[in-house]
Every structure is written in structure tokens, then in C-alpha cells.
Write a protein that binds this ligand. Structure first.
Ligand code: GLU
Length: 385
């Protein structure tokens, strides 16, 4: 059967990708200020509904990173404005008032559902700079492993227009690649893209966000900055790294759960290639290998069969000069190929650590970043892609 959106995408569509959303392990969920602070005040019932939805999907095993807007929206009234200011510095000041209020409301609401939250305020540099990118990645993965819900916003109080990502839809798309998430959800006050500038029927699924632009009238809500065009641009970024996006209505307290159950909610933008290997590809194509780590037979076995992290104890030698975050090849005895990964320490540090246990890292280096040389999340075992 031809899918109704087939014509739009310009080709025959395969069966709906919706069902595959149930397999997602890690998602980035962006909730706009129009949902959480529609009229310049934080809306406790919207925050409570978000916490409840999140608790349900978390109990189903989903790892979620939240990207939340609303700092400026929650801060301009206390600063004496009757609408969001346009001056850069006034916005920064409003954000510095609103961000702790927003976070306080989230912390309390999530705690009522037994969820711990963490805050990360990011700017464009945290994603563009490789060291900071990895630093953010390691912190986020650690939080997710611990069952905590990281909450991210742009560092609005300290970012001027040049340092800003600018809108949280875009920030959320970038965060998707920071954590290697398999799904991006953009929750706002619209139930997806509708034909004819919002007046027509909802478009359920497409392979090409650009084709949807013609259906978008570029109005934003009074509190949000992004609008639908920004959401589609974010969806294109995510699609470019193999990640699907769902644009849906965040005022529906069960939106997230229903998306993850494969229900026809919002607009799904599918990547051209969606084979579940976004994370693998991200590591594999990220850059060329800067060196090689040779491991002993025991470590080779653990990496190949148990999906273990690479620890210093199994390392026999290190070839090349590279910094923390570099991609390296991993080979076993006799040079047998094992895979590639992103290192958590520099080459000379790994040489000093090789053959030693994780407990010795602090004593040998004078600090300890993480216990693994390459964490499991940063490893791609198997033949080169
Ligand atoms: N970071 C801004 C805030 O919290 C919002 C940006 C956006 O709405 O995309 O106010």
C-alpha cells in the first residue's frame, strides 16, 4: 500500500518506522518553554505532567536526556519586564533568574516520582570543542548509567549571540550526537507538521524534513524562539547522523509514552539510513585513527565476547601520539583487529597505566578521570565500517 506521505517523500515508503521506536534505548527529549512556561510563569501542572510521563518511560527502561527551555520565560517577569526582552544582556539576566526557578520546579516534581535530576548548562563551544564535547559526553553517560535524568539548557546567562546555539531544538539535535541517542523528541505546542501552514491534516511520517518546509508558516509562540522551521532543521541534523525525530504536542501528558509505544503521534522524520548503528557510525566516521592500542589475549576475549570496557590492565603497548578523545584502533595479540574506540586518556598516560589496575590510576597520574581507558559506550567492536 502506498503510504499517504509517499508522494510527499517522492517515493514509495517502507512500512511505518513507528514500531521500531519501541526498540530505542536512549532518547533526547526537548520540551519547549511554551509548554512549561506559556505565559511567563512556570506552569506547575505542565511540569508535573512531564515528570509523570518521564517516570513512566524511565520505568520501561528508556534512558532520557531532557533539554528544557523556559529560563528566559520564567525570569523576565521577576526582572520587571512584561514580555521577554530582546536586548541580549536583559535576556541573559532574565535567564539567570529563571534557570534556577525552572530547575527547582523540575527537581521537586521529578523527586516526587522517585527520579533524580542533574543540570548541565551548555553553549556552542561545549559541542564544537572536542575536549569539552567528550567531557560533556562522559558526564552525561555517567549520569544515565546511574539512572539520573540529565536536564540541559543553553547557558543563556553567559552566552551572547555569537556563543549561542540559539534555539533548544538545535541544541537538542546536537546533544543527540553527544550521548549517541537513537531518538530525538521535540515536544512543543503543536501536534506535528500539518499541511497548508498548519490548517490541514497532520503529516505522520516523512524521510525528508526539507519537503515539509512548504507546509510551515513560520510563526513562533510568544515564549519560544524556534518555531517549526527550527524543529525541521533540528530534525535534519539528527537525520544526518542516522537518528529519527518525532515532533509532537508536549501538552499531551502521555505523548512520550505513546511515541515510544509506536503510536501514530506527531510527525516522525526518519533518517535516510536507519539501521540502529548511529552510535557505531558516529565513532567510526568521526575521524581517522590516531594510534593503536595492543591488548593481551584476556582483554581481547573480554572485548569480543563480553562487550566489556577496555581497562588498562589488559593493555600491552600503545602506538602513536594522541590526546584524550582521539579515536584509536584496538588490536589483539599478533595484531589481530578488534575494533576502534575513543580514548579517555592521552597516549603517554595510557603507556604509564598499561598493565596496571584501575585502582592505580590516581597514584600513577596524580588524578583519575574515569576507571576505563575506553568505556563501553565509546567502543565499536568488529570489522571497520
Ligand atoms: N534557552 C532558552 C530558555 O531557556 C530557550 C531557547 C528556546 O526556546 O529554544 O529560555
Amino acid at each position: 500500500m502506498t503510504h499517504p506521505e509517499a508522494a510527499l517523500a517522492g517515493k514509495e515508503q517502507p512500512a511505518s518506522g513507528r514500531r521500531r521506536l519501541a526498540e530505542v534505548d536512549t532518547a533526547v527529549v526537548k520540551v519547549g518553554s511554551a509548554v512549561l512556561a506559556g505565559d511567563g510563569r512556570l506552569d506547575p501542572s505542565a511540569i508535573e505532567a512531564l515528570a509523570a510521563d518521564m517516570a513512566t518511560v524511565r520505568s520501561g527502561g528508556l534512558r532520557v536526556v531532557l533539554v528544557v527551555s523556559g529560563a528566559v520565560a520564567a525570569g523576565y517577569a521577576p526582572l520587571g519586564f512584561d514580555r521577554p526582552p530582546t536586548d541580549v544582556v536583559a535576556r541573559q539576566a532574565a535567564a539567570s533568574i529563571g534557570q534556577p526557578r525552572l530547575m527547582h520546579a523540575l527537581v521537586e516534581a521529578f523527586a516526587r516520582h522517585g527520579l533524580a535530576t542533574a543540570q548541565l548548562l551548555m553553549s556552542a563551544e561545549d559541542i564544537e570543542d572536542r575536549r569539552r564535547f567528550l567531557s560533556a559526553r562522559h558526564t552525561l553517560l555517567h549520569l544515565l548509567d546511574a539512572g539520573v535524568v540529565p536536564v540541559i539548557n543553553e547557558n543563556d546567562a553567559l552566552s551572547d549571540d555569537e556563543q549561542r546555539v540559539g534555539d533548544n531544538d538545535h541544541l537538542a539535535a546536537l546533544v543527540t550526537s553527544v550521548v549517541g541517542a537513537e531518538l530525538l523528541c521535540l515536544l512543543s505546542r503543536t501536534d506535528g507538521v500539518r499541511r497548508n501552514g498548519g490548517a490541514g491534516e497532520r503529516i505522520s511520517e516523512t524521510h525528508d524534513a526539507t519537503l515539509l518546509l512548504e507546509h510551515v508558516s513560520d510563526e513562533t509562540s510568544t515564549t519560544g524562539v524556534g518555531g517549526m522551521a527550527a524543529k525541521l532543521s533540528a530534525a535534519r541534523i539528527a537525520a544526518g547522523s542516522g537518528v529519527p525525530t518525532v515532533i509532537a504536542d508536549g501538552r499531551d501528558p502521555t505523548a512520550l509514552l505513546r511515541i515510544l509505544e509506536g503510536e501514530d503521534v506527531g510527525t516522525l522524520v526518519l533518517p535516510k539510513v536507519w539501521d540502529g548503528s548511529a552510535r557505531r557510525r558516529w565513532i567510526a566516521v568521526r575521524s581517522r585513527s590516531r594510534g593503536t592500542i595492543i591488548v593481551d589475549a584476556g582483554a581481547a576475549q573480554a572485548l569480543l565476547t563480553r562487550k566489556a570496557s577496555l581497562l588498562a590492565t589488559g593493555i600491552v603497548s600503545v602506538e602513536g601520539t594522541f590526546t584524550m578523545g582521539a579515536r584509536v584502533e584496538i588490536r589483539g595479540p599478533g595484531g589481530a583487529w578488534i575494533g576502534v574506540g575513543l580514548v579517555s586518556y592521552a597516549a603517554d598516560e595510557i603507556r604509564r597505566l598499561q598493565g596496571r589496575s584501575a585502582d592505580e590510576i590516581d597514584r600513577v597520574l596524580g588524578y583519575r578521570y574515569v576507571g576505563e581507558i575506553i568505556s563501553r559506550a565509546d567502543l565499536v567492536i568488529g570489522p571497520p565500517l
